[in-house]
Design a protein around this ligand. Structure first.
Ligand code: SAM
Ligand code: SF4
Ligand code: SF4
Length: 347
């Protein structure tokens, strides 16, 4: 109901994948390290020592990231999201943001972050040309927050990050809340109450079976429609039309005018049919699905001074051959390899 029909893709530029989906968005992981240890993404127990993260000399440089973004914009991507790992940990981040913001094909430059370093960086990121920020916050209850995120920081610090982003001029922040039944679901209504009327948009995310280390169980997922019913009971909601093709969240407005919320129902209502997102890891592997286990190496082409045309051709070809729709088919192949970890792939 809230998403466009596939025919609506027809006015957009090429390339199309095997299911006629255009390439519109690039999520680029700029660092796989993180200062959190979220139980659903990077559980402490899953990291086994110093080889857990990429060595610094394997990370894409700022120049390489800029070349990759340029190549993606040349083949149709207009929305770029910087992610990780924790992107705010990357040294010299404002300078990288400035380089990317200056690329003419980039119409929307955003970042997903856990927010704790925003008090230090928000103003510089705004000055560098970052358009939008999404901040992850799973609970306002400190003990629940700690359980979800591994005890490395507090919810209060994330709220300070949100305040810093507001003060730097970022408006209508998106607040991502992954819901795990039995861990933080009893605190979700407090999150709804807190962000209602704040000018920001809370998005409740169904816990995903991505990666092989979070020990995901189906019973830990709370279906988005449960929240719809519960929230609507307290504060009546009305559906909003999608804003952009390929958007992941179903949007609802509070009927009393106190803003909106989003539901990202990747498990119970997969949206592969409209998925226009490519992902590049911090070491330059291109993936065409969050759950893909094979990536395409872009780095070899970055070594060539005249490799830009080849890079565009490789991206074009990889996207044209894409047939991914993991979320629509997960129930058909139980026990299947669930690809890379989220912090490597870039959420
Ligand atoms: N570190 C940043 C952060 O947490 O916002 C950016 C990277 S993180 C991988 C991007 C997003 O993926 C976050 O909003 C996080 O909550 C979400 N995420 C990670 N693992 C997930 C999972 N198993 N299911 C659903 N969302 C997940
Ligand atoms: Fe770090 Fe983000 Fe993964 Fe949490 S979800 S461990 S903050 S990368
Ligand atoms: Fe896109 Fe893959 Fe997610 Fe489907 S499962 S929406 S194809 S990233």
């Amino acid at each position: 109901m809230l998403n466009p029909s596939q025919q609506e893709f027809s006015h957009l530029g090429s390339p199309r994948d095997l299911r006629a989906r255009p390439l519109r968005d690039l999520r680029i992981s700029i660092l796989d390290r993180c200062n959190f240890r979220c139980s659903y993404c990077m559980p402490k127990e899953s990291l086994c020592g110093k080889h857990s993260f990429l060595p610094a000399d394997e990370l894409l440089s700022d120049e390489e990231i800029e070349r990759i973004v340029r190549a993606f914009t040349s083949v149709g991507a207009t929305k770029i999201r910087l992610t990780g790992g924790e992107p705010l940990l990357r040294p010299g981040l404002p300078a990288l943001v400035k380089r990317i913001a200056a690329i003419s094909g980039v119409h929307d430059l955003s970042m997903t972050t856990n927010g704790v370093l925003l008090p230090r960086l928000a103003v510089d990121l705004a000055d560098a040309g970052l358009d939008r920020i999404t901040i992850s916050l799973d609970s306002l209850d400190e003990s629940v927050f700690s359980l979800m995120t591994g005890g490395k920081a507090s919810a209060r610090q994330v709220l300070e990050g949100i305040a810093a982003a507001e003060a730097a001029g970022f408006q209508q922040l998106k607040i991502n809340c992954v819901v795990k039944r039995g861990t933080n679901d009893h605190t979700v209504m407090d999150m709804v109450r807190h962000f209602r009327g704040s000018g920001h948009v809370l998005r409740l995310i169904e816990y995903l079976d991505v990666g092989n280390s979070n020990d995901w169980q189906k019973g830990q997922v709370v279906a988005g429609h449960e929240w719809l019913r519960r929230i609507h009971h307290h504060w009546p909601l009305k559906p909003l039309k999608y804003q952009q093709i390929g958007e992941t969240a179903q949007r609802y407005a509070f009927e009393d005018g106190e803003g909106e919320i989003g539901l990202i129902n990747s498990i119970t209502q997969p949206f592969c049919g409209y998925c226009s997102r490519a992902r590049v890891t911090a070491d330059g592997l291109l993936y065409t699905c969050l759950f893909a286990s094979q990536g395409t190496a872009l780095k070899p082409l970055l070594g060539k001074a005249d490799g830009n045309t080849d890079l565009e051709a490789l991206i074009h070809k990889t996207w044209s051959n894409r047939d991914d729709r993991y979320s629509e088919t997960r129930h058909l192949v139980p026990g299947r390899d669930k690809g890379q970890e989220m912090y490597r792939m870039g959420g």
